[in-house]
Write a protein that binds this ligand. Structure first.
Ligand SMILES: [Zn+2]
Length: 493
């Protein structure tokens, strides 16, 4: 587990004004790097032990100060830029020598600070953080982002390509975000979020919005994994088995809200904060949709609809537009969310199983599937025959969804799979259910005939608190097996 403790890191958002536009300094991370390979990012990296010996002033703790030292050292190392005023006269040759020594690990920030006579007061800089990488990734960082305006008189070595960095470039936030939407580049949530604030509010206007950090120690309230895909993991209502419910907002200029959550005070306030923020960014809400009528997904719709005057799309309206194209995927209403460049196109797809009236949503430009209660990353979803659930329909819906090319799969509950293709996850799910079905069939073949015995032998891997759910799953499997003529009609359910 120790590998999963977040490492302290510092990153620099180096920006400049060029012909009236703001440009930021970006790098493309090496494709062989273990953390976010090939991603576009701001330069920076993890803090070395020696960065902690820096002499930095300002009313901040050691973590912030050493992150700043680490960020400056890393930006010089990675890009050859030195974004701090140097009091002494330093020639380019001297800077190159320092740069080479840094690469050979023969010097450190403290030494550079003395040699260059750097006087640093953190009060002169804005920073955002810490952003803490969510659990589940191979490496995690506790990162501070420092904002520095690049000045003509700062020192830099002409584009040095290092082992870690594939590309160094200046570009406007608008261009970078547009390239992200065209899938030419990859960005992580903090980078995309920061760029969007700068694009909308410029600098220093964006700073006020960069103080709220949605990635805190154990609390992650916002993910922005693809262009136009915003995920809000809201707390789930207490009576449910899940920890969170994912509310999704798609688009930029025009936005669609899917599954606004249970409407409890805490989650409602969180959604109102973000939707108000999107309004300030110039977004317009085109509608609220739900995947199905269960209260933890749907109850927030009314309050949000009233608060913002947004139109609600009832499931009946999606059904009305249902059509049957090739592949037998049943598509309902399509939403086109216009933008300055490329629109987002969201298909509603009829997926009964968890309930009779269940829709998933597929955004075609990013190949994102919003799965609702078809899929959860916190354990299998419930197929409850007493609540209109059907195992045959569920398996059929899973197989249909698997015909789509899914890059990003967002489950109704639990952490989305940011770096695993959706089809791999669906395939695993199908196998999981088939495996369960096989166990039940084998137990029946062995001569087990009572429901209770079938439950204890076929679900012995399920923790006791989920037994009540397993009971309904077994019932759903048995109904399905009977329907398909695979077991005798007299097996009790
Ligand atoms: Zn549900």
């Amino acid at each position: 587990m120790s590998g999963n403790v977040p490492k302290l890191a510092g990153v620099c958002v180096v920006w400049r004004k060029n012909k009236g536009n703001i440009e930021v300094l970006m790098i493309k991370r090496g494709k062989d790097m273990s953390f976010l390979p090939g991603h576009h990012a701001f330069p920076g990296g993890s803090v070395d032990e020696e960065d902690r010996n820096c002499e930095i002033y300002g009313p901040y703790d050691e973590k912030v100060k050493s992150s700043f030292a680490g960020a400056i050292r890393e930006i010089l190392e990675e890009t050859g830029y030195f974004p701090i005023k140097v009091e002494k006269n330093i020639s380019k040759e001297e800077l190159v020598k320092i740069w080479e020594k840094l690469h050979r690990k023969e010097t450190h920030f403290g030494e550079i600070q003395k040699k260059f006579n750097l006087k640093i007061n953190l009060d002169d800089y804005f920073f955002s953080g810490p952003w803490i990488t969510p659990p589940g990734l191979s490496q995690r960082f506790e990162t501070y982002f420092f904002f520095i305006e690049w000045k003509e008189h700062f020192l830099n070595i002409d584009n040095q390509i290092t082992r870690e960095v594939d590309l160094i470039e200046w570009d406007t936030p608008e261009n970078i975000l547009q390239r992200w939407h065209k899938k030419e580049i990859s960005l992580s949530t903090p980078i995309a979020y920061i760029l969007e604030q700068i694009e909308t509010f410029s600098l220093p206007g964006a700073f006020q919005y960069l103080k709220k950090i949605p990635w805190d120690k154990d609390k992650y309230t916002y993910f922005h994994p693809r262009a136009g895909i915003h995920i809000f993991p809201l707390p789930a209502p207490p009576q449910t088995f899940f920890l969170n419910i994912n509310s999704i907002v798609i688009g930029k200029k025009e936005m669609l809200i899917i599954d606004p959550g249970g409407g409890e005070e805490e989650s409602l306030n969180e959604m109102i904060y973000w939707l108000e923020h999107f309004t300030k960014m110039g977004s317009k809400f085109m509608g609220i949709c739900i995947t199905h009528e269960h209260p933890d997904h749907a109850n927030g719709a009314e309050a949000l609809s009233q608060h913002f005057g947004i139109r609600k799309y009832p499931l009946s309206e999606l059904f009305k537009k249902c059509e049957y194209p090739i592949g037998k995927i049943i598509r309902g209403k399509q939403f086109v969310l216009n933008d300055k460049y490329i629109p987002w196109i969201v298909d509603s797809i009829y997926t009964p199983g968890h309930t009779k009236e269940h829709f998933c949503y597929y955004e075609t430009t990013t190949q994102t599937l919003i799965a609702g209660d078809m899929i959860s990353s916190e354990g299998p979803v419930v197929i409850d025959p007493d609540d209109n659930g059907s195992m045959s329909e569920y398996m059929d819906s899973l197989n249909k969804l698997n015909q789509l090319n899914i890059d990003l799969l967002i489950p109704g509950h639990g952490m989305p799979w940011f770096y695993m293709p959706g089809n791999v996850i669906i395939e695993k799910l199908i196998q999981h259910r088939k495996h369960r079905e096989e166990r039940i069939l084998n137990n029946i073949k062995k001569g087990i005939t009572t429901f209770e015995e079938l439950l204890s032998t076929s679900y012995d891997d399920v923790p006791p608190e989920r037994y009540v759910l397993a009971r309904q799953q077994l019932k759903a499997h048995l109904l399905d097996l009977k329907q398909r003529g695979l077991i005798d009609k007299d097996i009790p359910i």
